[in-house]
Each structure stands twice: as structure tokens, then as C-alpha cells.
Design a protein around this ligand. Sequence first.
Ligand code: CTP
Length: 432
Amino acid sequence: MTNQANEPGCDETPDLAGKHVVLGLTGGIACYKSAELCRALIKAGASVQVVMTTAAEQFITPVTMQALSGRPVYTSQWDSREASSMAHINLSREADAIVIAPCSADFIAKLLHGRADDLLSLMCLARPIDKVPLLLAPAMNREMYAHPATQRNLAQLEADGATVLGVGTGFQACGETGDGRMLEPWQLVEDIIAFFASKVLAGQRVLVTAGPTYEAIDPVRGITNLSSGKMGFAIARAAREAGAEVTLIAGPVSLPTPRDVTRVDVISATNMLDAVMSRAQEAAIFIATAAVADWRPAAPSAEKIKKDGSRQAPQLQFTENADILATVARLAADHAGKPFCVGFAAESHNLHENAQAKRLRKNVPLLVGNIGPDTFGQDHNALLLVDAQGCTEVPRASKLSLARRLVQEIAMRMSAQDLAHQNVQEISSNNS
Ligand code: CTP
């Protein structure tokens, strides 16, 4: 889920271009992941200054981190390279963020008390708190992580303005299994990118459908389509970056779940309808990217359909599936336009006419048109945004950057819609 490779003609600015990150390493076996994190941050466009504690040096050498970051590593406040002996001041003033990964239980306790007896803790204490955010990626044994002291310290650090990025669950270097692993480098990079994103959907609940559906013919066969789910997953990620609480209803696809997104896996259109309708009323926005099967076999066989030797093909009867988008749009029509519904249309020709006709037929404020064969399975696409005002072309780009643009467009239209509803309410209350 990191940056998609640029396609010829689609040169995109890396997500962290122009950002300077101070990457702090404290003592823990997860230091081996910090090497990859450093590379991933640089690949995402950031410049990285590594600062290590003495304990971190027991796990990975400054030489490794220097080679990966392309800058000498700082390990001591007495570093003679600093003419003024003010490394803690100079390094923190240049940073757009300080990321401590791994952040040990001991270092968390130290930060909590505002102690400053090594360069990294000194730098955290000396940073301008309102200008240089502090992001922590804890890493420790599960018992240490669950200990009330650690939990209390993390809660207090958040209250003091730090951002705690969470931990992973699973097999730990000590041989135990549980919470406390450092998040994987790609997860941390996704969180850091999200941290810097503008929060145009702060606190909004967003429901997204993605991928194909699978309609069973018998226990081993079914009807599906070539949708990869990539666009819907990119939209879920972009909405989360914009501060939304996102639920992603996914048909059968094998894509990793974007960070901090609640995923509900479904198989058939009927499952997808149920999963959507049980959540639609609470959602502020519904984005239907799924390629839902229009038809399903009317009576799927409980047993595998065998050849009977007659050379006659089996006769399948079909039933129409409910239109999920149109069903949610009907709900919205009764609830002052909530959720704000966004449809997708994968067409093969006459994109403008077909997309506008589909928007009106489904009664949604915004429909996103694209050419089906150009998008299925691809990392890049071009979009046509169709609303009551007309059509806007969005040129070919990665699905993630299209998703981010779409999120901005939705936020703009929602504010306009909310304003229009407010005006209508004011006029009707003035008239009564
Ligand atoms: N959609 C849906 N439920 C369905 C069919 C479609 O929610 N049963 C949604 C899709 O997720 C998409 C939009 O409706 O947002 C348009 O889907 P599309 O397959 O392009 O349109 P159809 O209504 O199936 O029309 P047609 O196949 O005739 O082009």
C-alpha cells in the first residue's frame, strides 16, 4: 500500500516530498525494521535525519542507518560536529516531525517525565511543541505493553500532544504472541502520510463498497467479473487520510486493508446489500465502487452440477440483484441527502452520455465515470466527474491520487449541499 510506481506520462510528486523527518531509534529488536522504514520514508520523498540512543546502537549500527539515510547519524548531545553543542536544538528546529520507531517502554516512561539525559529525549523535550509533532511507534514484549504503567504513560503522552501510532499483534522476538510488535514499515509510512494530510472529512463516517461480487452457481462455480477492488481500496485509504472513520465492504479480492479502515468481507451482491444497509443510516458518505453483479442464479445447486452424458448444457435461470447504490440513494432522499451518495460507472463507450444518464437514473449527486477496460486491474486510471453542473475530466493518474482528488471533490460538494439545506431550513422557518 505504499506509493504506486509512476506510469509513463503520470509523474506524481512523492507523498512526503519536502518533509524532513527526524527518525529516532531507541533500544529494541524492532530496530531491524527501522532500516527499512528509513528507506521507505526516503522513497516517499522525505529527507531523514537519524538519531539513536545508546541502547539502539546495541541492535543496529549507526553505519547502517547513515548509509540508508545518506546523512551522518547523531548519537550524543556532545557531538563535536555541532559547533555550538546544540544538536538537540538544531535538529528539532529543522524537523517537520520527529518519529520514534521503535519507541521502547523505557523511553516512553522517560518522555512522560520530561527527562532529558540523552540526545533523543533532550531533543523531544526541546522541540517547539506546536510546530514539531512527535509520533511514537511503540515496540515491546506483550506483557510490557499491556502493563498498566505503559498504558497510563501512553495515554498521558497523547494527552500531552504526542501521536501514538499503535502496535501490531503477532509472534514476538521473545517467543510470545500478542500485542506490542512495532508496526511494519509500510504501515508506519501510511500513518505518517495520513498524519500530514488535510482533514477535510474529519470525524465523518464513510462507507465504501469495492471489488466484484461472486454469485454461486453451485458449491464450486460461480459468476464474477474482473474488478480488482483497487479504486475502492484507494478511496478508503484517502478518506481515512482525510480524517474519516471508514468502513470498507469488500467483495472477494486479495488486497491488504488500508490502515485504520474497518473491513467487512462479503461474497455475493445480497451479502453486500445486507452489509451496506445495516450501516448506511449512520454514514455521512456512501461511495459505491463495487462492480456488483446485476444477476444471480435463481436457484444455486447445493451439489456440484455434473455432466450427465447428454451433452446438453445446464439451463440456468437468473434473478435480478437489488441495486445497492439506488437503494441507499432512496434512503438519502428521505434524510436530507444523507448519506451523500457517489456512484461509479464503468462504461465501454459514450462515457459522458452514459454516465450522466446513470447519475439521473440512480438519483445520486455525483457519479464517477471511467472506461471499464482501461481500469480493471490497473494501478492508473482517468475519471470523469458528473454532477448536476456538468462534467469535469480528471486526467490519468495513479488510483491513489485520483482517490485523494475525489475525496476533496466530495468534501466540497457536501459543504455546498449542507449550506443549501441550511438556507432552505432558514427560509422555511422565516416563512412559518
Ligand atoms: N451498483 C450497485 N448495485 C448494483 C449494480 C450497481 O450498487 N446491483 C452500483 C455500482 O457500485 C456503481 C453504479 O451502481 O457505483 C453503477 O454500476 P454499473 O455496473 O456501471 O451500472 P448498472 O446499474 O449495472 O448499469 P449497466 O450495467 O446497465 O451499465
